[in-house]
Design a protein around this ligand. Structure first.
Ligand code: GLY
Ligand code: MN
Ligand code: MN
Length: 372
């Protein structure tokens, strides 16, 4: 990924403002996606230390070339490489200790208890001058609203994924196993320029469709099946995610009825979108349509999720939790709309597309279904 220099520096400034508001003078960023967001580095060993006036990327000697290139790129990232034979942990601890008496924020969701204990021991234990404060996901909050470069990348990814979806809808798939269909889809992802699948492709045929996250197995697709195909790709580091439910050959009126109800639920959710709308209200709209069709009890997951450097990230679109209204869906947020109906012993239907909220309303990022 090559994030433009000015946009990268805006990310840093926004984070530094949030850290000041949180009362910390430095932050240790260990979430891999957050390290990528702040530096462009996507290696397996990378830690960021954000200070008031600088941002440091620390890695180990396997990534020396990448770190030095980022250091020279003018992104506002200072690169450090742990010398061969010295662990990254020791290099991180030494940098933190050099800061003196500071309040340091850490990411509780991205540091194991063992890693945290080790770090505290290395930085002087209970008598250390460092004071640790758990951060409340400040980088994830920034990532919720995509910048112009991210939106352009995700739009292109959505176009490419839609091409694959069109191919799936017209391919002769009866007689192939779920596993073979998943392999075909994943080969198409590569052909369309994706870095890799965003998750193991789901192909759930016939009764297997009742399991929202069925793993593609040995069942052979047959005429008369509904087949849920859920596939996603990482494109220049960003995830897009679609589901199509195929009706193979002659389907029954009931299968067509459920399929149409799910499509109408997705369309109703899209129509309910406007900047600032509560995510739970949009979920409720999809549930209302499925209730009219008598199948709402079989919609067993939330309506959607944010997309970005991860395939599941904020915002969450789902029913209210504990009575609290859902977060508002704001401009520049990117998320899925994926209503589904899963009937044990019968099968399932899910239709999933990706959307960006703009200041004037929602836009599809993938090409939505219009009819059966
Ligand atoms: N494939 C996972 C999802 O749609 O969320
Ligand atoms: Mn999804
Ligand atoms: Mn999906």
């Amino acid at each position: 990924m090559t994030v433009p220099v000015d946009l990268m520096r805006v990310r840093h400034q926004r984070l530094q403002t949030r850290l000041t508001e949180a009362g910390v003078q430095a932050a240790l960023i260990t979430s891999r996606s957050n390290v990528t967001y702040l530096t462009g580095f996507d290696g397996s060993a990378g830690v960021v230390i954000v200070e008031a006036d600088a941002l440091h990327l620390l890695s180990d000697s396997r990534y020396a070339e990448e770190v030095h290139a980022l250091d020279r790129a003018g992104l506002g990232v200072c690169g450090h490489v742990a010398p061969a034979g010295t662990g990254l942990e020791a290099t991180v601890a030494a940098r933190l200790q050099s800061l003196g008496a500071l309040t340091v924020g850490y990411e509780p969701a991205a540091l194991t208890v063992a890693q945290f204990d080790d770090l505290r021991t290395r930085t002087g234990g209970p008598s250390s001058a460092l004071r640790w404060v758990a951060l409340d996901a400040p980088v994830e909050a920034l990532r919720e609203r995509k910048d112009a470069w991210e939106l352009a990348t995700i739009r292109e990814a959505g176009r490419r994924l839609s091409t694959i979806a069109r191919g799936i809808l017209t391919a002769p798939l009866a007689g192939r196993s779920e596993r073979a269909v998943a392999a075909l889809v994943e080969a198409e992802l590569r052909r369309q320029g994706f870095d890799k699948p965003a998750f193991d492709t789901i192909v759930a045929s016939g009764p297997n469709g009742a399991r929202p996250h069925h793993r593609a197995g040995d069942r052979t697709l047959a005429e008369g099946d509904l087949v849920v195909v859920d596939f996603g790709g990482m494109y220049r580091g960003y995830a897009v995610d679609m589901t199509r439910t195929l009706q193979l050959g002659e389907t029954t009126p009931r299968q067509r009825e459920v399929w149409t109800a799910v499509l109408k639920a997705q369309q109703a959710a899209f129509s309910a979108l406007q900047p600032g709308v509560a995510a739970d209200a949009v979920d409720a709209e999809a549930r209302r349509v499925l209730a009219e069709a008598g199948v709402a009890e079989f919609f067993s997951h939330g309506l959607g999720h944010g997309l970005g450097l991860e395939v599941h990230e904020a915002p969450r679109l789902g029913p209210r939790r504990g009575g609290a209204a859902g977060a508002p869906l704001e401009a520049r947020m990117v998320f899925t709309l994926e209503p589904g109906v899963y009937i044990p012993g019968w099968g399932g239907v899910r239709i999933e597309d990706d959307v960006v909220m703009t200041p004037s309303g929602p836009e599809w990022l993938t090409e939505p279904m219009v009819e059966g």
